[in-house]
Design a protein around this ligand. Structure first.
Ligand SMILES: Cc1cc2nc3c(=O)[nH]c(=O)nc-3n(C[C@H](O)[C@H](O)[C@H](O)COP(=O)(O)OP(=O)(O)OC[C@H]3O[C@@H](n4cnc5c(N)ncnc54)[C@H](O)[C@@H]3O)c2cc1C
Length: 227
């Protein structure tokens, strides 16, 4: 009924209430919006909503920023790694992680006794330069064969999976300030060796943001990829 005489006031109240519910400013604003009607809502919008418009503008700037990150992503080659995990084994054969063939193959036995084997990317190199996290018969077959060779018998494989890592042509991590976009920092591109490097590089980025850049960052600069 009130809306018939004051339709814009209702719209303003709706906007103000929506903003109030999201941003939760001081409680007295709720009474100003409800009791003050359209005028109260207008005052609320001018004082509380208008300053937030700047934030919304910032949100739109995300799109070009995302595009620039995408351009950098194009210089890091997505590469798939496939894994298997056997049933828990009664004997402990591999108390520490192992690497073979310069890191192409890797395996360890976890605390449950499962033998976890990964690698053999070179059994089908072409198919593994992909961002698709799916297993393939060829690589899984190579992993099965390797697990059998390690154990001297064919184990039951209970888990199979694939993951994607970022391979960088010069094999150096990509860590530091974004070459184009102010305020954007990058830590990635570990070429499949980020379990330890990831922690170290996260720390280096934090130090650099705090104003203490480590000399190592010069070797890892993202700018080298777009130079
Ligand atoms: C199959 C395979 C085998 C590997 N083997 C080895 C190895 O033997 N040795 C080794 O050193 N490295 C290995 N790696 C590489 C290693 O796993 C990675 O380099 C490392 O995990 C990178 O760490 P990170 O913290 O930078 O990223 P991640 O471990 O990928 O962590 C990023 C996190 O951010 C989260 N996230 C993503 N987007 C968002 C978002 N929008 N909001 C909130 N959270 C988000 C993700 O869920 C994830 O938890 C392997 C990788 C694969 C795929």
């Amino acid at each position: 009924m009130f809306g018939l005489f004051y339709p814009y006031g209702i719209v303003l109240q709706a906007i103000a209430l929506l903003h109030f519910a999201r941003r939760r400013p001081d409680m007295y604003w709720l009474w100003i919006i409800l009791i003050g009607g359209g005028l109260g809502a207008l005052i609320y919008i001018v004082i509380e909503v208008a300053p937030d418009v700047g934030l919304v503008r910032g949100a739109f700037q995300v799109f070009p920023r995302r595009k620039r990150i995408k351009e950098l992503e194009g210089l890091i080659i997505p590469t798939r790694g496939q894994m298997i995990a056997t049933e828990p084994l009664s004997e402990r054969l591999f108390p520490m992680p192992h690497y073979g063939r310069h890191g192409y193959d890797y395996w360890h036995q976890n605390e449950e006794g499962r033998l976890i084997v990964g690698g053999f990317r070179d059994a089908d190199m072409d198919s593994e330069f992909t961002a698709e996290e799916t297993t393939t018969e060829r690589i899984q077959g190579a992993l099965d064969g390797f697990a059998e060779a390690l154990l001297g018998r064919r184990p039951t494989v209970e888990h199979r999976w694939a993951g994607v890592f970022g391979l960088v042509p010069d094999l150096m991590p990509v860590v530091g300030r974004h070459p184009v976009q102010d305020g954007v920092w990058i830590a990635g591109g570990y070429s499949g060796h980020g379990n330890v490097l990831g922690l170290m590089c996260g720390d280096l980025v934090a130090q650099a943001i705090a104003g203490e850049p480590h000399p190592l960052l010069e070797r890892m600069s993202p700018a080298r990829l777009v130079a």
